[in-house]
Write a protein of this length. Structure first.
Length: 471
């Protein structure tokens, strides 16, 4: 399925995704693999559950003193020769980066994987300013060639099969290659080598930033992150303000659970700590280092209902186990962040009205909370989000009417007793074998599920019969 058009209703986007055979194949293979690898990783790691609790405690304690840790981070980055910029909005973040690019005369930027830069739609801004932006993570490179956005937080091209990637490379790179992962990777590496050497600007995200050392931490499985941070003359890191951690000791806790949750690895292949620009005597590194601290709605959630979403490590584990995501993929969600946590992040960044439909795109089964490395209670926040949407009366009037009537009936024993025979009478034309598959006012519900019919004999009626038989 191609990228979502937000003018198309979510149900229609989801329906299209479920009919896409290639997407279904790719999602099943990848998510099943990730689930198995994570399970094995934590089975061999008895301290894992204790560290998950500790990581959650660190996150909460950090948010309680976020201003202090950000000030400490800023002081240490600047002490090391770096420059720090605070961006209240996505627009401000784009403007800061474009100003740096223009001032330094950058014509080409190489980027490592960063959901924060996706969030602020940086690539489009760079291209509009005449600066060529090149994604160097293999998955990001693939979707850039396809003119798409990531469909997964850690595996951007999870929605594509190797056959589709081979076809894409043949079309865009004019090279016919076998649908073999090693061959495809070799081709991409050759294409990107020249870009690294020519780039003036390197742009990364940041998995963490350590307040007491001023270190920016990148966790990757490809060497491109180190090329991006060392070869170009200027390095810009874009980081959500919630990514700061107090100390290296705290960082070690997160590193022990992040890769295990994301890909089932004991540790990612590359864990890179960046500490400012190149200093005297060093052979590698940029002349300038800039850290962009991104707010973009995060601060207002410190005291909001979505506060726990700020704990998120962007590991993607909740996507892999979500029965909805596993059926529709990431593009059907329509926004930067997909999956269960993506619904919360979208509400945080774009407001609750952006997730009127998405808030209900969850079975509330709790699998996401079970696998989250910092135990974010995603189902609880989704319920709170649904309540907020209901208070704002954003649901269709038919839905509000139906649920309002049901609430009144269930709250009144007298109405409940009266409603039973009326409901049995009204459902007769539509009920078959105990279910209603089509009925006025319930079309959206019955289009994708059966509505249970009112039982011919209720439990209360049966109980009365039993009492009479026993007397």
């Amino acid at each position: 399925m191609s990228e979502a058009d937000l003018s198309v209703p979510f149900r229609q986007r989801a329906g299209g995704a479920m009919k896409d055979a290639h997407l279904q194949e790719a999602l099943t293979i990848a998510t099943t693999k990730f689930i198995g690898l994570r399970r094995e990783a934590f089975a061999d790691f008895p301290e894992g559950e204790r560290l998950r609790d500790l990581a959650r405690e660190i996150k909460e304690a950090t948010l309680q003193s976020l201003d202090r840790y950000l000030e400490q981070l800023i002081d240490n980055v600047e002490r090391l020769g770096g420059h720090v910029h605070y961006a209240t909005t996505a627009e401000e973040a784009r403007r800061v980066i474009l100003d740096v690019a223009r001032r330094t005369g950058a014509r080409m930027a190489v980027k490592s994987k960063s959901m924060a830069t996706e969030e602020i739609q940086l690539n489009e801004a760079l291209e509009a300013a005449g600066i060529t932006a090149v994604e160097t993570d293999l998955g990001e490179y693939i979707i850039q060639l396809a003119h798409e956005r990531p469909s997964h937080i850690i595996a951007p091209a999870i929605h594509k099969t190797k056959g589709q990637v081979a076809e894409l490379f043949a079309k865009e790179l004019k090279r016919e290659v076998a649908a073999d992962p090693e061959v495809l990777t070799r081709l991409a590496r050759g294409e990107l080598r020249d870009k690294f050497l020519r780039a003036d600007l390197g742009i990364t995200g940041a998995n963490f930033a350590v307040a007491d050392t001023g270190s920016i931490v990148l966790v990757t499985n490809e060497g491109n992150g180190r090329m991006v941070t060392s070869l170009p003359r200027v390095h810009v890191a874009v980081m959500g303000i919630e990514k700061v951690v107090p100390s290296m000791t705290d960082l070690m806790v997160f590193l022990q659970i992040l890769a295990k949750s994301a890909t089932g690895q004991k540790l990612s292949v590359y864990t890179t700590l960046v500490r400012g620009p190149r200093r005297a005597g060093e052979l590698e590194g940029p002349d300038e280092f800039h850290l962009v601290l991104l707010d973009n709605g995060r601060i207002r959630q410190l005291a909001g209902t979505l506060r726990e979403a700020l704990y998120c490590l962007r590991c993607g584990a909740c996507l892999n186990v979500c029965p909805v995501y596993r059926q529709i993929g990431g593009h059907a969600y329509g926004y930067t962040y997909p999956g269960p946590i993506g619904i919360l992040l979208t509400a945080m960044l774009d407001g609750a009205t952006a997730v009127t439909d998405l808030a209900h795109a969850s079975s509330l089964c709790g699998a996401c909370a079970d696998v989250c490395p910092v135990r974010i209670d995603i189902p609880k926040m989704l319920v709170e989000l649904r309540r907020e949407l209901d208070d704002k009366k954003l649901a269709p009037w038919t839905e509000r009417l139906a649920y309002g009537m049901l609430a009144r009936v269930l709250a009144s024993p007298r109405l409940y007793r009266w409603a039973k025979p009326v409901a049995r009478l009204l459902q007769r034309p539509f009920a078959r074998n105990g279910t209603i598959r089509s009925a006025p006012l319930f079309g959206d519900w019955t289009r994708t599920r059966d509505l249970p019919a009112v039982a011919p004999v209720t439990f209360q009626e049966r109980w009365k019969d039993l009492e009479r038989e026993g007397s």
